[in-house]
Design a protein around this ligand. Sequence first.
Ligand code: HPA
Length: 280
Amino acid sequence: MEIISGYNIVKDGEHSPVKDFAIERTGGFAPQVGIVLGSGLGTLTEAVESPVIIPYSSIPGFPAPTVAGHKGNMILGTIAGKRVAVMDGRFHYYEGHPSTVTTLPVRLIAAMGVGTLLLSNAAGGINSSFEVGDIMLIKDHISFIPNPLIGPNDDTTGPRFPSMVDAYSPRLRDVASSAAARLGIELKDGVYVAVTGPSYETPAEVRFYRMIGGDAVGMSTVTEVIAARHAGMEVMAASLITNINNPDNPAPADHAEVLEAGRRATKRLTSLFTEIIANI
Ligand code: HPA
């Protein structure tokens, strides 16, 4: 068996370690919804009923996360009566992982046969009407991170040239908007600009990202969305605006500020995601 471009794509139709794991080691548990947690949604793990915790360290091919505030567990169980696979911890390009590795949690979710993927992240606001604590439903993206599908295509997963039109499911965005309205949570929407990081943006870069149509900027999510769409999953993603990047009055963003904003918003985000899951 020859493994190509980071564990997940395997020649000659043989299973990758991740697929084998999904089939053999999750005991036939067939999640309906996959969730990838970013900063601010950690407490969604506490909403999982009958949880079975599988450390990333026991999943073949998964590297250990390296960033404070990011854990490394897959949690299987139920939320609002739906079977879920929650990925508590993700891999970032800035950690030195190639894009193929950043998609491993999503590949595992896809390999378990999940049809719906929800993602969250922390992002810096670049739309001048945004405030810290806002939740932005992602409607589209612009990516400066290498595409995770570069390399030989796994035709058993999806097409060579997958469409990214409506990558963020209009149906799920409606479900999210209705859920937010029921809970009295205001939702913004916008375009997520994915950058490699780990340095934060210069004021000139923020002006550029605004000019090309960006509303928020972050260092994750898009490679995962591309892999999920390639595998045919329906996707929804939301950004918690943890800091504001104002190029006309620039102030250094810092990671502690991002984590603190996440902690403050965690209840709101958790109830929003729970309500979305209930209504998918
Ligand atoms: N820029 C990039 N990524 C981020 C930011 C930011 O300002 N805030 C949280 N993640």
